[in-house]
Design a protein around this ligand. Structure first.
Ligand code: NAI
Length: 350
């Protein structure tokens, strides 16, 4: 259902099972047209191998779009480790995973994602050179979540500018779903900007941490169907669906989660209801921009200004969408596609 554009098929999909450590992983390299395929490792208790494969295929394709639309010289890839990180994550397993990444010869570069941290990247880095987002102590740029949150915030401000005439969330009600590594930074930026923030997380500890750090936030059971101006999905994907869209009161959907739309057609339903969707792979590009900076030895200031530029990227895509009478998702895919086509032509692939 996601093949409505011409992004092509995946270049390589590697399934791995290491008996000794119990590692079960899939690495999907979607494209190396613009550079090595960079994307995080998700450690998640998938119900079955099929759902893990579906997830990694969609996520890796999203990374191709994200790098292309952000102007980065990187391709798209992603990895999943099957299992519950709270129980299955051991140094032996992560080292085995590092050897798997190393065996791909740098065509895939890994980083953190849901269920993995910078500390884990340090362990993975014992057995592979092809890892970013390690801790600062280990020479990496550390957790990418603060920069991801900053990019989402700028994307939201750009959407607010288009919707209400001023690029601010001041006085708006924003619902943040998921108070993990990204969500907890995003709520602080929103409160600082004057927004009223409703937030939810299935983990009571995550809610308690946010209530302690940002007491202005109101914790609720569910945000998607609350009375909102902006809905910010920052947990898992596919929360914007034929089931949730009819109950959505927000005028803008903009968040950190990857693959927010259950199907591409959902964007047409949003658009018919006058809801502006900021494509997830643009809104959440701040983390990728940060780790890409490790490869070009960029300073923290350079990285920050590139992340602030997500505002302009989103504004440009929304302008293009308005001009062509198309949805922001299609406009963003077209921008990414143009860059990929150009690279393909240069590479002589026609
Ligand atoms: P995380 O794992 O730290 O946080 C996710 C949070 O969502 C957890 O606290 C979890 O309890 C909560 N959650 C899960 N299901 C929920 C539900 N149904 N309702 C409410 N809360 C729920 O992950 P992180 O790093 O904060 O990432 C969040 C999203 O942003 C993910 O989809 C991730 O792929 C995406 N993302 C993250 C980036 C990063 O730099 N960390 C970069 C780009 C995208």
């Amino acid at each position: 259902p996601f093949a409505e554009d011409d992004l092509g098929t995946h270049e390589r999909i590697v399934h791995a099972h290491d008996e000794r450590s119990g590692l079960r992983a899939i690495i999907a390299i979607h494209s190396t047209l613009l550079g090595p395929a960079l994307g995080g490792t998700r450690f998640y208790p998938y119900p079955d191998a099929g759902s893990a494969l579906t997830d990694v295929l969609r996520l890796s394709r999203g990374m191709t779009l994200k790098a292309a639309v952000s102007g980065l010289d990187l391709g798209g890839g992603k990895a999943v480790i099957l299992g519950d990180p709270r129980r299955a994550k051991t140094a032996t397993l992560l080292e085995a995973y590092g050897r798997l990444v190393e065996s791909l010869g740098g065509t895939y570069i890994t980083a953190g994602d849901v269920g993995t941290t910078s500390d884990d990247m340090d362990v993975i880095g014992r057995t592979t050179r092809h890892v970013v987002a390690r801790t600062a102590a280990a020479g990496g740029s550390g957790d990418s979540a603060p920069m991801t949150a900053l990019g989402v915030f700028e994307a939201m401000r750009a959407a607010a500018g288009r919707t209400w005439g001023a690029p601010t969330l001041d006085g708006r009600t924003v619902g943040v779903e998921g108070l993990g590594k990204v969500g907890r930074h995003l709520v602080a930026l929103l409160v600082e900007d004057g927004a009223r923030v409703l937030a939810a997380d299935v983990d009571p500890q995550a809610c308690a941490d946010v209530s302690r750090d940002v007491p202005e936030v109101t914790i609720v059971d569910r945000v998607v169907d609350a009375e909102l101006d902006v809905y910010a999905p920052c947990a898992m994907g596919a929360t914007v669906s034929a089931t949730t869209v009819p109950g959505l009161t927000a005028r803008i959907v903009c968040g950190a989660a990857n693959n927010q739309l259950a199907t591409p057609q959902v964007e047409d339903e949003l658009s018919a209801r006058g809801v502006l969707w900021v494509p997830d792979f643009v809104a959440n590009s701040g983390g990728l921009i940060q780790v890409a900076g490790e490869r070009t030895a960029s300073t923290a200031d350079d990285v920050r200004s590139r992340v602030l530029a997500v505002h302009g990227t989103v504004d440009g895509i929304l302008a293009l969408a308005a001009e062509h009478g198309e949805t922001p998702g299609r406009a963003a895919v077209r921008v990414a596609q143009a860059r990929l086509d150009d690279a393909r032509t240069r590479a002589g692939g026609g």
